[in-house]
Design a protein around this ligand. Structure first.
Ligand SMILES: [Mg+2]
Length: 218
């Protein structure tokens, strides 16, 4: 079982907070005298990952990218305490783990962030040591299947016998490229539209039916 982290397991940033983090990264760049590195639109982008990508595009693999990635990780770690658990995620994780499935996280967030959150919820033991997150090689972020392949290899699992639960088209594409079946989790209609437009066949609006199936009450 491969889980994306932000979405299926919790909401790391509520909407406005993600924007604040993106702004923080942009302001940090400006303090380094690098305001001109980003376009006007990139400077206003609400997604911190987009800022990181934009910088990586211009200075791939540079120290600047490393520093910016670390700054994003620090912001993610700060957000762990206020992360909103996704309904039914905790019991789904515990039940799946209890029935003997092997669980992994495959996320574009820092592995430290995911591990910190899981430890706080008492769930770390369900995943240890299979938490695969962002590295400084941003080319390997989903939709690249890198973190899924890492998880499959480490667990010795056949892709076709695994299942990826994710909430974004990039999760779907990464699963397709890894040969892993995909279940979309959409917390609202817009997210569901995005997933279906990307080609996701199976999308749930809640993890409750997943829990029911696991408990044999379907
Ligand atoms: Mg996600």
């Amino acid at each position: 079982m491969l889980f994306d982290f932000d979405g299926p397991i919790c909401r790391l940033f509520a909407g406005h907070l993600a924007e604040d983090v993106a702004k923080d990264l942009v302001e940090w760049l400006a303090r380094q005298g690098l305001k001109g590195l980003l376009t006007e639109a990139e400077r206003k982008h609400p997604d911190p990952m987009a800022v990181l990508h934009a910088v990586n595009l211009r200075h791939p693999g540079s120290d600047l990218v490393t520093e910016l990635e670390e700054r994003l990780t620090q912001q993610e770690l700060k957000a762990v305490d206020s992360a909103m658990p996704t309904a039914f995620a905790d019991p789904v994780i515990r039940t799946w783990s209890a029935v003997g499935a092997r669980l992994a996280i495959a996320t574009n967030n820092s592995a430290r962030t995911a591990t910190g959150y899981l430890a706080q919820r008492g769930l770390a033991g369900c995943f240890t040591p299979h938490v695969y997150g962002r590295t400084q090689d941003l080319e390997h972020l989903k939709p690249h299947p890198h973190c899924l392949n890492q998880a499959l290899n480490a667990m010795g699992a056949a892709p076709s016998a695994a299942l990826m639960i994710g909430d974004a088209p990039s999760d779907l594409y990464a699963a397709q490229r890894a040969g892993v079946p995909f279940l979309g989790y959409a917390r609202n209609g817009d997210k569901e539209q995005e997933l279906r437009k990307a080609g996701a066949k199976d999308v749930v609006g809640s993890l409750e039916p997943v829990l029911r199936v696991l408990r044999g009450q379907a």
